[in-house]
Design a protein around this ligand. Structure first.
Ligand code: TXA
Ligand code: MG
Length: 316
C-alpha cells in the first residue's frame, strides 16, 4: 500500500511535478532538484521569494560527493554522526545543481532526512529532491499531511502521508569556515551534540537575518496570522488578560489555567515533546476567535533554543 503511494509520488516527481513529502522535522514541498522548471514551481506554490535558496535532500550520505565539492573533513565526520537526521550542510556546489535551487549562491544545502518513507522515495529516484517546508512563505511549518492539504492542496500534485513529524522543528543548518563550523539555524540537532562530536565549541552561532549566508532566515517567520507575544512568566501575563476570550496561550510549565484558551506543548516538561507539538499547537491557536497568542518561553535545554527561536520569530 505505502509502496504504491511511494511509486505514485516518484512517477509525479519524474515528470517534473510537486509532491509534499514527510520528513522527521517538517513536511517538505519536493521537486526534482536537477530540473530548473520543476524547482521554479516550488517557489510559485509557496509564494517564496527567489532569493531564498532550497535544501537538497539525498537518499544516501555518499551522494553528497555528487552534488558538492571540497567538502571539509569535519563535515564528513558530522555526516557520519548525524545522517540520516536533522542536520543540513552548506557546501560548495557542483555545476549540476541549478542556480534556481541555490538562488544564485555558489553553495548548496544538503540533508539526508531520517524518515523511512522519504528515504525509500529518494532511493527509488535517480535525482535528489529540492524541498523547503511545505507551507506558504512566512507561515508556520507543517508537521502533518493535513497541515499541508489545509493550505497547499490545490498547489501540489500529491501529498505523501507519513504520519506526524517526530522532531517537529526544522533541521539545524551549519556552514564551514575552513574546518570550523558555523551554525546558521538552530534546529533538530542540538549545538551541544555537534560540539560533542567535534570535541570543541562550534565557532559561531549566526542565526540572524543580517547574515548574508542565510538569506532566508528572516527575523519574522512562522507567523500564525495573529499577534504573538513571548513571555517568561506566563501566569502573570495571562492574569492581565483574564476574562478576555480572544486570548490564546501556548504553555510549557503552566498546566492548570481555567481562563482563556490554552494549549500545553507538553504535559510532563518534556522538551522533545514540546518541539514535536510546537507547530501543531500554533496552528490550533490560529482560529477566528483568537486575536492574541501569548507564548511561554521554554527552558534553554536540549531543543529549547530551537523552540524559542521559532517562537521569537513568530512574535516579530
Ligand atoms: O528540516 C528542514 O530543513 C526542512 C525539511 C523539509 O527538510 N526544510 C526546511 O526548508 O526547513 P526551508 O526552505 O523552509 O528552510 C531552508 C533554509 C532557508 O532559510 C534557506 O535560506 C537556507 O535553508 N538555505 C538553503 N540553502 C542555503 C545556502 N546555500 N546558503 C545559505 N542558506 C541556505
Ligand atoms: Mg521554512
Amino acid at each position: 500500500m505505502i509502496g504504491q503511494k511511494i511509486d505514485k509520488a516518484a512517477a509525479i516527481l519524474r515528470q517534473g511535478g510537486l509532491v509534499a513529502i514527510p520528513t522527521e522535522t517538517v513536511y517538505g514541498l519536493a521537486a526534482n532538484a536537477l530540473d530548473s522548471s520543476a524547482v521554479l514551481k516550488i517557489f510559485e506554490a509557496k509564494n517564496r521569494p527567489s532569493f531564498d535558496p532550497l535544501i537538497v535532500h539525498v537518499g544516501e550520505a555518499k551522494d553528497a560527493h555528487i552534488y558538492a565539492q571540497n567538502i571539509p573533513q569535519v563535515a564528513l565526520r558530522l555526516m557520519d554522526s548525524f545522517w540520516p537526521g536533522p542536520l543540513t550542510f552548506i557546501l560548495e556546489k557542483k555545476a549540476l545543481i541549478p542556480h534556481e535551487v541555490t538562488s544564485g549562491h555558489s553553495t548548496v544545502g544538503l540533508r539526508m532526512p531520517n524518515h523511512p518513507i522519504a528515504l525509500s522515495l529518494l532511493k527509488s529516484l535517480d535525482f535528489p529532491l529540492a524541498a523547503p517546508s511545505a507551507n506558504p512563505f512566512g507561515y508556520v511549518s507543517p508537521t502533518s499531511a493535513a497541515h499541508v492539504s489545509q493550505q497547499l492542496n490545490d498547489k501540489v500534485d500529491y501529498i505523501l502521508d507519513g504520519g506526524r513529524s517526530a522532531v517537529g522543528v526544522e533541521s539545524t543548518i551549519i556552514a564551514f569556515e575552513g574546518e570550523e563550523v558555523v551554525v546558521l539555524r538552530l534546529g533538530g540537532i542540538e549545538v551541544e551534540a555537534i560540539e560533542k562530536v567535534l570535541g570543541k565549541k562550534v565557532l559561531k552561532v549566526k542565526t540572524s537575518s543580517s547574515n548574508p549566508k542565510a538569506p532566508g532566515m528572516l527575523d519574522s517567520h512562522y507567523n500564525p496570522g495573529k499577534k504573538v507575544i513571548l513571555v517568561d512568566d506566563i501566569r502573570a501575563e495571562l492574569q492581565k488578560y483574564k476574562g478576555r476570550v480572544d486570548v490564546g496561550a501556548l504553555t510549557f510549565s503552566l498546566q492548570d489555567w481555567a481562563d482563556n484558551t490554552w494549549v500545553p506543548l507538553t504535559r510532563k516538561g518534556d522538551i522533545k515533546e514540546a518541539a514535536k507539538n510546537l507547530f501543531h499547537s500554533l496552528r490550533l491557536l490560529d482560529h477566528d476567535t483568537i486575536q492574541l497568542i501569548i507564548a511561554e518561553r521554554v527552558p534553554e535545554t536540549g531543543l529549547g533554543p530551537a523552540i524559542n527561536d521559532r517562537l521569537k520569530r513568530a512574535s516579530v
